[in-house]
Write a protein that binds this ligand. Structure first.
Ligand code: 5GP
Length: 194
């Protein structure tokens, strides 16, 4: 998605060879029109899959899952990272190891909101190691729903996330794929379909 890549080139802060900060338009302050455009692009990419629910993980995937849900006219669900006192009903859950925090946390979705008849599209902001998204894939499979694919706003293609998901048989579409980066320099994977 050229518009997105241009914003990353202009406003992305490359903190190291592996960490990209996009707080001015995606992760802290959110450009609402860009978020809606991202939702429309995911709806275009997965539009033929009869999606019934969009699933993400709190907190940074929420605005893109919501934009995609609006574009597809379906609800979105966000998996919770901690078992809230209000989440007293039965849940599907999976452990996720966070490399940034070096700890394992549990993600949960109420069993009320996913069922075998659903066709689920998973959306998230970043694909890095793939650990967070692999947890969501496990939750969808545990529920018996059909997983139609994963959509990521930004993929760091030099990390192992895509291959981890593809090994699980998951279709992955990312809107900006970073081949390599270092402070002051960024290269995208050339992909003419995007
Ligand atoms: P994972 O390693 O499980 O694929 O990524 C987990 C989460 O870490 C992502 O959903 C994203 O919120 C965050 N993350 C990973 N890499 C980056 C990065 O380079 N920049 C930012 N802003 N977040 C990242």
């Amino acid at each position: 998605m050229e518009l997105l890549m241009e914003r990353i080139r202009q406003e992305g802060l490359i903190l190291s060879d592996t960490v990209l900060k996009v707080d001015s338009f995606l992760n802290h302050q959110v450009d609402t029109q860009l978020a809606l455009e991202i939702g429309r692009e995911f709806a275009r990419l997965f539009g033929d899959k009869s999606v019934t629910k969009v699933l993400t993980i709190e907190a940074s995937g929420i605005q893109f899952a919501m934009a995609t849900g609006i574009a597809l006219n379906v609800p979105f669900i966000y998996a919770k990272k901690k078992k809230a006192v209000t989440l007293s009903e039965k849940v599907y859950s999976a452990p996720v190891y966070s490399f940034t925090r070096q700890e394992t946390y549990q993600v949960s979705v109420s069993q009320k909101y996913l069922s075998p008849g659903d066709k689920v599209l998973i959306i998230d902001d970043f694909l890095a190691t793939g650990a967070a998204l692999a947890g969501l894939v496990d939750i969808v499979r545990e529920s018996g729903a059909e997983l139609v694919g994963v959509g990521c706003v930004i993929e760091k293609s030099f990390q192992e996330g895509r291959s981890l998901l593809e090994k699980k048989g998951v279709l992955v579409h990312s809107l900006a794929r970073i081949a390599s980066m270092s402070p002051g320099e960024i290269h995208f994977v050339q992909d003419h379909r995007l």
